[in-house]
Write a protein that binds this ligand. Structure first.
Ligand code: XMP
Length: 517
């Protein structure tokens, strides 16, 4: 069996990055909230090592999260990061005190000793750049530990107990601002814990196929395709496992990008030979959306209509035992709630969560363990075309939420689709498409005066958006070169009859969201 590492989550903003870094070096890992880890879960998961994440709490306060005793009883190597280090030291007999000096951001650590964690990465005498984010600090080490690195605000910035194979870092090795952090994590998983690092996408593919066959047996599977990478990879993988037992339905709500529905049909039906029903329901969606302007109302209408159409198409196919969904790992991780309550609903995301129960189907979710970029690698392995695999995320309600504050009509959709296609084509030509998380055009509910030739125009304005992000939770606008923006604006205005002004959106998330609605 592939070596596994358990990440115990204490609620840090960057816990997912620990998992990313481990997977990049070929180690399979999962994140479990600290209060769900116990002897039984550890026995089942059978980790070769445990990493204790950072977190916003203070171990000096009563009721602070604790490392479950079972983690120590497991007898495997431990690495505590930030809060994890403080909890480790406090629970093993050391002392943690609120720092009089908080350290946030870049800091320097003086390396004062050697240990397996630092081997071939940092040596005594070195002064290394790291990224800190802590108020408290360890002031007294537990028995068996020694300090091998210190910073101005943390005398015990790196601590080690080589005998028990317990290590602690006051800083965050998982963020890019700690340049050698990846090498330290790798030392922990490979050298200290003995992980072989053989978790690859080829291995995953074989395991997943095996697992799907076992789960599905001779049952029939239904998969909704959206044009996005997650559902495409889900379908291709399930097809590899159970062939003709899979049928796909693509509900064309008329709110997709240019050429998208046709491309999906071409790839899946013609190249992969997958049974695919392309249901053109655009009239129905447009009729349901007529006169609607409120964003939440639009989302709910689209979600409900989608379920109706999907259900009808499924019935025509004779039903199915399983519904396939492209759920990814970030959707599955139960994050530790920092605020102590459910977070406010900003937008009701379009999903088909109600479908399996309503249609009495069981779920098949073969991507549950993967991150987005891993899904892309798998997609390429399965032979999906590059532009499908690399495609930017696209929201379920499609272009309907990119025509804000106004009624959705076929004409406006065509206008937006055209402008959007020009924008994306230029980004690809400039070699920038892959560096951007998501880029799209928005058709604004304003008309502005312009002059073309010698004539007055009174047409729509559109906004362009391009953001960088790692998970869509936070985002920054991409600083596209002005010259490129100018060229795109020119083309959109010249080639799209009905748009005479283009603006660029420079809002980050927060305070904005990525989509306009
Ligand atoms: P926001 O606008 O909330 O978007 O910052 C974050 C990411 O989610 C996508 N998005 C959706 N995806 N169904 C989806 O599947 C939805 O209803 C939906 N709304 C937004 C958005 O495109 C961005 O990638």
């Amino acid at each position: 069996m592939t070596d596994r590492v358990l990440i115990v989550d204490f609620g840090s903003q960057v816990t997912q990055l620990i998992a990313r870094r481990l997977r990049e070096s070929g180690v399979y890992c999962e994140i479990h909230p600290y209060d769900r880890v116990n002897a039984a879960s550890l026995a089942e998961f059978a980790p070769k090592a445990v990493i204790l994440s950072g977190g916003p709490a203070s171990v000096t306060e009563p009721g602070a999260p604790r490392i479950p005793q079972a983690v120590f009883d497991a007898g495997v190597p431990l690495l505590g990061i930030c809060y994890g280090q403080q909890a480790l030291c406090a629970q093993l007999g050391g002392r943690v005190a609120p720092g009089d000096q908080r350290e946030f951001g870049r800091a320097v650590v003086d390396i004062t000793g050697e240990c397996a964690l630092l081997q071939d990465v940092w040596s005594p005498g070195g002064r290394e750049t790291v990224w800190m984010s802590h108020g408290d600090r360890v002031v007294e080490l537990p028995p068996g530990f020694r300090s091998v690195g210190s910073s101005e605000g943390a005398p015990f910035a790196i601590v080690a107990d080589d005998r028990r194979r317990y290590y602690g870092l006051m800083f965050h090795p998982e963020v890019v601002h700690t340049p050698h952090g990846v090498a330290l994590l790798r030392n922990f998983t490979h050298r200290v814990a003995g992980c072989s690092g053989d978790w690859t996408m080829t291995a995953f593919r074989a395991q997943a196929v095996e697992h799907i066959r076992k789960q599905v047996g001779r049952g029939r599977v239904l998969c909704g395709l959206s044009g996005g990478v997650d559902s495409a990879v889900t379908a291709a993988l399930i097809h590899e496992a159970v062939g003709n037992q899979l049928s796909c339905v693509l509900v064309d709500h008329g709110l997709m990008r240019k050429g998208e529905a046709e491309q999906v049909a071409r790839v899946f039906r013609d190249r992969f030979n997958i049974r695919l029903v392309l249901a053109d329901a655009s009239d129905r969606f447009l009729a349901a959306l007529a006169g609607r302007i409120d964003p939440e109302e639009k989302r709910k209408i689209i979600g409900a209509t989608f379920i109706d159409v999907f259900e009808e198409e499924a019935a025509k196919l004779g039903g199915a035992d399983f519904l396939a969904q492209g759920t990814l790992y970030p959707d599955v991780i139960e994050s530790v709630s920092v605020a102590g309550g459910p977070s406010a609903t900003i937008k009701s995301h379009h999903n088909v969560g109600g479908l399996p129960a309503r249609m009495n189907m069981r779920l098949v979710e073969p991507l549950r363990e993967l991150f987005k970029d891993e899904v892309r690698v798998l997609g390429r392995e399965l032979g999906l075309p590059d532009d499908m695999v690399k495609r930017h995320p696209f929201p379920g309600p499609g272009l309907a939420i990119r025509i804000p504050g106004q009624e959705i009509t076929r004409e406006k959709l065509d206008l937006l689709r055209h402008a959007d296609a020009i924008y994306l084509e230029e980004l690809r030509a400039a070699g920038l498409y892959d560096a951007i998380w998501q880029a799209f055009a928005v058709l604004l509910p304003v008309r502005t005066v312009g002059v073309m030739g010698d004539a007055r125009t009174y047409d729509y304005a559109c906004a362009l958006r391009a953001v960088t992000s790692t998970d869509g939770m936070t985002a920054d606008f991409h600083p596209l070169p002005h010259e490129l923006l100018g060229r795109i604006a020119n083309r959109i205005i010249n080639e799209t009859r009905g748009i005479n002004r283009v603006t660029y959106d420079i809002t980050s998330k927060p305070p904005g969201t990525i989509e306009w609605e």
